[in-house]
Design a protein around this ligand. Structure first.
Ligand code: HEM
Length: 451
C-alpha cells in the first residue's frame, strides 16, 4: 500500500457500481446497502450516487485515512455539516488547528484515572433503574433500548455535568431525538437549508432553540455558583475564563456540552441494548457470563478495579459491538489525491469507513455473522489486524469517550445480569436501522424477572 499524493493521477478509478444503484435503500438501510456493495465489489469501491462515495473496507486502506495520513482527510463532509446543525463546532464536527486545541484541552478530563472514579455514580444510577424494574417484574413489557437510553443519559449527566442536567434529562433526551437522523435522509439534508420552513426544519429549529436555552442556562447557573469543582462543566468554565487567549467562548462551550450529551449517551445505550438482545439469543454465552459474574462478584456491583478479573464480560461487549457497531459508519473528505493498491482516490472525494461492513470482513472475521465472544480472547486476538475492528475509530480522532463507554457498559451489564433475567419478547421483529447510530428499527421489547 502506498499513498503517493498527486503523483497518483494516472491510476485507474476503483471498481464502480452503477449510478443510483439501489438508491432507494439509502434512506433507511444505508448500512446494508454499503455492506452489500463491499461484498460484491471488493475492498475499495466507488459508489456513484448523487455524490460519489468511496468505500474503504480493507484495514490497510483505513489505517492511513484515520491515522498515518489523517491530516490529508478532513471532516468537511455533508454528514458533519448536518450534525453541526445541532452539535455546532464541538469535538465531533470541529477540524484543523482549532480541533487540536479543543481536543488537548478536553483530553485530560477523560484520563483513565478520572473515568475510573465514575464507577460509584454509574453503579448508583444502575441500581436505581434496577429498583424501578423491581416493580415491573412479572410480565410488563419494557422497551429495553429506551431504558438503556434513559440510563446512559443519566450517566453522562451525573458524571460529566454534575446534577445540573438531571432536572432537564427528560426534555433534553426528547430534543436530542429530533437530531438522530440518517444524514442521507432528505429531511436531514434539508436542515442545511434551515431557512426553508419544512415541517422537520421547523421542528428542528424549535428543538435547537429549546436545547440552547437549557444548556446556556446550565452554564450560567454554574458560573454564578462558582465552578470550583471537578466535573467537565467546571473545567470548561475555567477554560472560558482563562486569560491565555487559549480559552473558549460561550458558544464553543455550548457546542462541547451538546456534543458530549449526544455522542456520549445514544452510542452506549445502543451497545447495551444490542448486547442484551444477543445474550437472550445465545443462552450458552449468557449462562457462562452470569456464572463468571457470580463467581467474581457474588451479587455485588463491580467496581472499575474488578473488571480486569472479568475478561469474558469485556469480550461479550466487544463482540456485540463487532456485530452492531453503534457508530456504523464515519466519513472523511480527501483533501488531496491519494492511491490505494494502484487505484486512484481523487481530491475532494467523500470517503466512508463502514465498521458495520469491516467487522464482517470474512478475511478478518471467519463466519462473520456468528456471535462468538471468544474471538476476543486475548490469546486468540494476537496477530489480528488492529484496523479490522474500529467501533471507536482510531488515530488522533479516536473516540474521546471510549474508556468511559467500556467502563459503563461493563458495569451496567454486570449489575443487570446478576439481578435480572432479561427476556426478549419472542415474536417482536428485530431489525437494524441506521441513523447517526445503528438502532433497533422497532425497538427491543423485553420482560424482566428476578434471577
Ligand atoms: C459505545 C459507545 C461509543 C461508541 C461506539 C463511540 C464511537 C465513536 C466513534 C466511531 C467516533 C469517531 C467518529 C468520527 O470519526 O466521526 C467517536 C468520536 C467521539 N466520541 Fe464516541 N463513542 C462512544 C461513546 C462515547 C462517550 C461515552 C463519549 C463522551 C462522554 C463520546 C464522545 C465522543 C467525542 C467527543 C468524539 C469526537 C472525538 C474527536 O474527534 O476528537 N463517545 N465516538
Amino acid at each position: 500500500m502506498s499513498m503517493t499524493g498527486s503523483r497518483a493521477g494516472a491510476r485507474p478509478d476503483p471498481p464502480s457500481t452503477p449510478r443510483f444503484h439501489q438508491i432507494r435503500h439509502l434512506g433507511d438501510e444505508p448500512h446494508e446497502l454499503l455492506y452489500g456493495l463491499l461484498r460484491t465489489y471488493g475492498d475499495f469501491v466507488r459508489w456513484r450516487g448523487f455524490q460519489d462515495v468511496y468505500l474503504v473496507n480493507h484495514p490497510d486502506f483505513i489505517r492511513p485515512v484515520l491515522s498515518r495520513d489523517y491530516s490529508h482527510f478532513s471532516k468537511r463532509t455533508i454528514d458533519y455539516r448536518v450534525l453541526a446543525q445541532v452539535m455546532g463546532n464541538g469535538l465531533v464536527t470541529n477540524d484543523g488547528p482549532h480541533w487540536v486545541r479543543q481536543r488537548r484541552l478536553m483530553q485530560p478530563m477523560f484520563s483513565n484515572h478520572r473515568i475510573e472514579s465514575f464507577d460509584g455514580r454509574i453503579n448508583a444510577l444502575t441500581a436505581s433503574l434496577m429498583n424501578e424494574w423491581e416493580t415491573r417484574v412479572g410480565g410488563e413489557t419494557l422497551r429495553i433500548d429506551r431504558e438503556m437510553g434513559r440510563l446512559t443519559f443519566g450517566i453522562v449527566g451525573a458524571t460529566l455535568f454534575g446534577s445540573d442536567l438531571e432536572r432537564h434529562a427528560g426534555e433534553v433526551a426528547e430534543i436530542l431525538e429530533v437530531a438522530n437522523l440518517n444524514p442521507f435522509e432528505p429531511r436531514a439534508l434539508m436542515t442545511l437549508c434551515s431557512w426553508v420552513p419544512t415541517p422537520h426544519n421547523l421542528k428542528w429549529r424549535h428543538a435547537v432553540r429549546r436545547l440552547d436555552r437549557i444548556v446556556y442556562g446550565m452554564i450560567d447557573a454554574r458560573r454564578q455558583r462558582g465552578a470550583g469543582g471537578d466535573d467537565i462543566l467546571d473545567h470548561l468554565i475555567r477554560a472560558l475564563g482563562e486569560e491565555s487567549g487559549e480559552g473558549m467562548d460561550e458558544r464553543q462551550m455550548r457546542d462541547e456540552v451538546v456534543t458530549l450529551m449526544l455522542a456520549g449517551h445514544e452510542t452506549s445505550a445502543n451497545a447495551l441494548a444490542w448486547t442484551l438482545y444477543l445474550l437472550d439469543r445465545h443462552p450458552d454465552v449468557q449462562a457462562r457470563l452470569a456464572e463468571s459474574l457470580t463467581e467474581t462478584l457474588n451479587g455485588a456491583p463491580a467496581n472499575a478495579g474488578d473488571l480486569s478479573r472479568l475478561p469474558y464480560l469485556k469480550q461479550v461487549v466487544q463482540e456485540s459491538m463487532r456485530l452492531y457497531p453503534p457508530v456504523w459508519s464515519y466519513a472523511r473528505r480527501s483533501e488531496q489525491e491519494e492511491e490505494f493498491e494502484g487505484y486512484r482516490l481523487p481530491a475532494g472525494a467523500y470517503v466512508a469507513v463502514v465498521p458495520y461492513a469491516l467487522h464482517r470482513h470474512p478475511k478478518f472475521w471467519p463466519d462473520p455473522e456468528r456471535f462468538e465472544p471468544d474471538r476476543f480472547d486475548p490469546d486468540r486476538g494476537e496477530g489480528r489486524h488492529p484496523y479490522s475492528y474500529l467501533p471507536f475509530a482510531a488515530g488522533p480522532r479516536t473516540c474521546i469517550g471510549a474508556g468511559m463507554a467500556m467502563l459503563e457498559t461493563q458495569l451496567v451489564l454486570a449489575q443487570i445480569l446478576q439481578s435480572f433475567r432479561v427476556r426478549i419478547v419472542p415474536d417482536h421483529p428485530i431489525e437494524t436501522t441506521a441513523k447517526v447510530t445503528l438502532r433497533p428499527r422497532h425497538g427491543i421489547l423485553a420482560t424482566v424477572s428476578r434471577r
